[in-house]
Design a binder for this molecule. Sequence first.
Ligand code: MG
Length: 257
Amino acid sequence: MPRTDSDRWPTALLWDVDGTLAETELQGHRLAFNRAFAEAGLGWHWDPPTYRTLLAISGGQERMRHYALSVEGHEPDADRIAALQRSKQGHYRQLVLAGELQLRPGVARLMGEAATASVVQAIVTTSGRDAVEPLLQQLLPELRPQLALLVCGEDVVRKKPDPQAYRRALEQLKVAPEDCLAIEDSPQGLAAAVGAGIATLVTQSLATAEQPPAAFAGAAALVSHLGESNEPALVLHGPPCPGGLISLGYLHQLLQP
Ligand SMILES: [Mg+2]
């Protein structure tokens, strides 16, 4: 059978959310945590270096529990952490709806290209659905209907770096891992995707750009972002990308043979 253009594309693109679609970690979740802490009268403040370290722990409640234990010296009350999490999520939603976050370079362009080429697209995150949906509605109102599936934190028992979220997406989309491409920004996300057998493009975010290159050794490619014509992507590891625009054709090169 003659090869067509669509033979050259991945069957599915699986998108991480935080740090990949937008700089939600440092400019979104971190601020929302701090607003919740201030509202609760806590003296806690997570500056960017502190927050980058805490990002090694997946999940807001897990992160706060770890921090509380380290500053207070004992396991915090679960109800108190749950209340802080509810407050934090409220602040995060407000911040998203107030337009405080923007899409990263090239996200809308590549999503649009994939939609035009009928490539299946899905969200694979272990953040809560109540944080993910407002962000998608706010930043991708036109492309949101193109997303075939959202796997969120509520859909899995184990968060990234566990591959469960990616395995669930493969199962529900009925696609083989070797035909998919994951787009991630963190070592935890990369480990989750690679653990499910999926080739992964890593776009460095504000939260992860200071990680040593070895942290991304398993990535099929490591780039600064997805690139726009006025802001070309820089390839740090992987096939060259003349013009600096990460496209479906570029992603095809990253698929496993
Ligand atoms: Mg991420």
